[in-house]
Design a protein around this ligand. Structure first.
Ligand SMILES: [Zn+2]
Length: 348
């Protein structure tokens, strides 16, 4: 049932057991890092309520109902009016609510609450997936509250699956009404294996992507090794420039590149790249060359580590962590990224 999803063997076993026993919780949180397939797990579990050819309680994945239940036409417009409802798959009993940028709107949750009262049209139950459910919480107490009523007394044929990488951002009242499945990051060895089997990549590139993806297959697949190396090289150059005090314009140019990237994830990934480089500097300053994020750059990084003040890296990491925790608010990326480089320049 989950053969094509990588890693998380324990979760697979558990989920298979409850699904085949017909004991899937009606309100279930799928929690774990981004890009490891939580939504796929949820949609596969959902098929068990619509599949017309169950084998030992598990969905076949091949009947028309199974296939239709994972066909979604989700909005991508970014216009509020397109995110105010449940989107059903080609199967009328499997629906999904998705956020627009940082918000899941209350209207979408109200629609879900209304739909959740209906008996299934074709299947044995209706399943509603709420993607990035942590976005219910941001200035959206009302949306979360609208959901609570449904979670409290779901119709016997209604299942609600919340997908989230930040379970701690969900209201306590939501937690108390749901059970939680915890997913782990996929090991870097498993990611390398998967990349090599599915992509035309050199082992070196696969290892680089796996390391950069930090346990997320989805992210590893998106990483273009050459582009990543280039970005990393520019970043290192900017850091070196700051050390010589001549490179501030250079650093601000890199900052500009970072902050004008399209998606919110691109920006986060760039910030995490900076953080991983700074962490390596810190490790090297402390005399540990093990567990580096960028072992292939050990020479360049060691050189840089020797000219950077010892107070620098721990401070910068604090700054970067602050910035990351503010990312979910609509911060001005340009100012935030400039700020990091200015702080770095000041501490040399
Ligand atoms: Zn089926």
């Amino acid at each position: 049932m989950f053969e094509d999803l990588k890693g998380n063997d324990e979760v697979k076993k558990l989920l298979k057991r409850v699904v085949s026993a017909g004991r899937t919780p009606q309100a279930l949180i799928f929690a774990g890092p981004d890009g490891i397939g939580k939504k796929q797990f949820a949609l596969k579990a959902a098929k068990s309520f619509v599949c017309v050819s169950l084998t030992e309680g598990l969905p076949c994945g091949e009947c028309s109902a199974c296939i239709r239940s994972s066909e979604f036409k989700l909005p991508t417009s970014g216009k509020k009016e397109d995110y105010l409802r449940v989107y059903f798959s080609s199967h009328p009993d499997i629906g999904m609510v998705v956020p627009n940028k940082n918000s899941i709107y209350i209207d979408a949750i109200r629609d879900l609450a209304a739909e959740a009262n209906f008996r299934p049209y074709e299947g044995r139950a209706r399943v509603f997936v709420i993607d990035e459910a942590e976005k219910l919480g941001l200035n959206q107490k009302h949306a979360a509250n609208a959901l609570l009523k449904t979670l409290e007394e779901p119709a016997s044929t209604t299942y609600i699956f919340l997908i989230t990488s930040k379970p701690s951002s969900l209201l306590q009242t939501i937690h108390s009404r749901c059970q939680m499945l915890r997913f782990s990051p996929v090991s870097s060895g498993e990611i390398v294996k998967h990349l090599l089997a599915s992509q035309e990549l050199s082992t070196l590139d696969a290892e680089l992507a796996a390391k950069a993806a930090k346990g997320s297959i989805g992210r590893a697949l998106r990483i273009d090794a050459e582009d990543y190396r280039n970005r990393r090289a520019r970043l290192l150059e900017a850091l070196r420039g700051l050390a010589s005090r001549k490179g501030i314009p250079d650093a601000l140019r890199v900052s500009n590149e970072i902050s004008t990237q399209k998606g919110p994830d691109d920006f986060r990934e760039s910030i995490e790249l900076i953080e991983s480089v700074v962490r390596d500097l810190l490790l090297l300053q402390r005399g540990s060359g093990e567990n580096l994020s960028h072992p292939d750059l050990i020479n360049e990084l060691s050189e840089l580590a020797s000219v950077v003040g010892r107070d620098g890296p721990p401070l910068w990491i604090d700054e970067i962590e602050d910035l990351k925790s503010n990312l979910r608010f609509n911060l001005n990326k340009k100012i935030a990224a400039d700020g990091i480089f200015v702080k770095i320049a000041a501490a040399y």
